[in-house]
Design a binder for this molecule. Structure first.
Ligand code: NDP
Length: 313
């Protein structure tokens, strides 16, 4: 017999877990499906200094685990399992878990977040996982005393560069423009760190390395200067790509209105999608702020909307 839920939450980052806290307290008996990467982007974030309630700063992993514990404490049920299909054409909505199990839900809160983008260079594909990474906290330790590059000019890139400067001997911070996009606080921190060398106006064009059978070793990064068109080869051992994120919305193509970049369209400040009863929270619908704090807040709003939606019926 298939199961029928009042509120099903897809995704397990600050948005999903916070929605779980609020939906539980509203008596909706929410079930959270954690999917492939429980914890989301926060689990690959080293130091978080701007999430309220952690005056000394804390690692992203600890923060998201704390929110998860709070969701459990409030009564949310958390299941490991991936939602592999959705049908929002009528209520109760039909969802398929791990390609086989069917669940029906009166309301759905989507909090599937976003994933790191890659450069999409052909050479990059040869070295992904072999010296090219999108996660300094996961892979930084492989580069103790070595030379690495971080690519990007946003807060993520500068944060990763700062984290890696404590492990690697030297960090090139490669950015395609002359001005970083990151906050002033992050820029000040980078400028005060002697083993970080900014390489500006530089577009990565090729990842250099040696390949023999299954063995692969990154040896450098070729960049092209946007002002002079000159190529420079930086000799290094590892590359961390930090050039932004792509929303995780493949599952919803043809089911919900998405914008040109794949973000779920929500209505004004409210987390309403074009389907009544389906709500979207966190990075999956937010190309602007993308903070753990704003994700948590929109998870809260989505759960309140779900509660009111059911109460008004
Ligand atoms: P951003 O979109 O802010 O920055 C992406 C960076 O990558 C930009 O500098 C961009 O260059 C560059 N870039 C994009 N595509 C390419 C490409 N193909 N080749 C080379 N460079 C490229 O993403 P972030 O992940 O840094 O940040 C996302 C959001 O999360 C932001 O709102 C940020 O403030 C926030 N954040 C906050 C943190 C904090 O407060 N502690 C920590 C981390 C993130 P260009 O500038 O030229 O567009």
């Amino acid at each position: 017999m298939s199961e029928k839920l009042q509120c099903l939450i897809i995704g397990a980052g600050p948005a999903g877990y916070t929605a779980g806290i609020y939906a539980s307290r509203a008596g909706l008996k929410p079930v959270i499906y954690e999917g492939m990467q429980p914890g989301g982007q926060l689990t690959i974030t080293s130091e978080v200094e701007n999430f309220p309630g952690y005056p000394e700063g804390e690692s992203g992993t600890v923060i998201v685990e704390d929110i998860r514990k709070q969701a459990l404490h409030c009564g949310a049920e958390i299941r490991s399992g991936e939602v592999t299909k959705v049908d929002f054409s009528k209520r109760p909505f039909r969802l398929v878990i791990d390609y086989e199990r069917e669940v029906f839900a009166e309301t759905v809160i989507i909090a599937t977040g976003a994933t790191a983008r890659w450069l999409e260079l052909e050479s990059e594909s040869h070295y992904r996982g072999f010296g090219v990474s999108t996660c300094a906290t996961c892979d930084g330790n492989f580069f103790k005393g070595k030379i690495v590059a971080v690519i990007g000019g946003g807060d993520t890139a500068l944060e990763e560069a700062h984290y890696l400067s404590k492990i690697a001997a030297k960090v090139y911070l490669v950015h395609r423009r002359h001005q970083f996009r990151a906050s002033k606080a992050m820029q000040d921190r980078i400028h005060k760190t002697p083993n970080i060398e900014p390489v500006l106006d530089a577009v990565p064009v090729e990842i250099l390395g040696e390949r023999q059978g299954f063995s692969r070793q990154v040896t450098g990064l070729r960049v092209q200067n946007t002002k002079t068109d000159a190529f420079t080869d930086l000799a290094l051992d590892g590359i961390f790509v930090a050039i932004g994120v792509t929303p995780v919305t493949e599952l919803f193509v043809g089911q919900l209105e998405l914008d040109a970049h794949g973000y779920i369209k929500t209505h004004g400040a409210r987390p309403l999608t074009n389907i009544p009863g389906v709500f979207a929270a966190g990075d999956v619908q937010d190309p602007h702020y993308r903070q753990a704090c704003t994700a948590a807040a929109s998870g809260c709003k989505a759960a309140i909307e779900a509660e009111r939606f059911l109460a008004n019926e």
